[in-house]
Write a protein that binds this ligand. Sequence first.
Ligand SMILES: [Zn+2]
Ligand SMILES: [Zn+2]
Length: 257
Amino acid sequence: MKAAVIEGPGRAVVEDLPEPEPAPDEVVIEVDSAGICGTDLHLLRGKLPYPYPIIPGHEVVGTVVEVGRDVSNVEPGSRVTFDPNIPCGECYFCRRMRFNHCLNWQGIGITRGGGFAEKVAVPGKVIYPVADMPFERAVFAEPLACVVYGVLRAEPKPGDMVLLFGAGPVGLLLLQVLKVAGAASVTVVEVMEDRLRLAEVLGADRTVQAGHEEALREEAPLGYDIVVDATGVPEVVSRCADLVIPGGKVLLFGVCP
Ligand SMILES: [Zn+2]
Ligand SMILES: [Zn+2]
């Protein structure tokens, strides 16, 4: 099968590789689509501490074509996506339901082969069916799930003013979920002009070009109730605390290298 492989920092190639065989607890998915996440770019640029070579891609949809003998929750032909996080289920943190801190964590497309390939093998336990949802929509399931969880943690209240840095694909998802979750207003700061225009179409109450942040002090002299970073840029993250109201909340969503 063809697969995109990051061989090391800055080096990505398309290779012919053997097709994956499912372990007893795994299924093999024929990939239809896979999204490109900022994490994939961090891997390509050598900003994350995981070993190479790696097939990236953790936002994936496709059709199950093979099922290991111990898998009973899914059948060949099922249209599916998956949670790329594989917690061990046994360590100190897993036993406290804090799977994101798992000491033996594996990430599909991060520490083991991902979906920038014609086929990918994943544990049956991380599979989610997408029924008849078109794949081009279902491929947003993983980033949207992360966004929904982040907004649940931030808990916007009626009347809350929210400041959002970054209007890339994830920032725009955050914008829409924050509005649905009850934020009174969402102000979006972004470098790229066309992304600001799209943010306006998708419900931003105010857009501010990065570099013109003096407007933020005028809008919220005491600070914003919630400040969200969706850039992962350390310089932006370092300013979030200055812009949040005392007692407010900062949601660090972007992955900082
Ligand atoms: Zn991601
Ligand atoms: Zn664990």
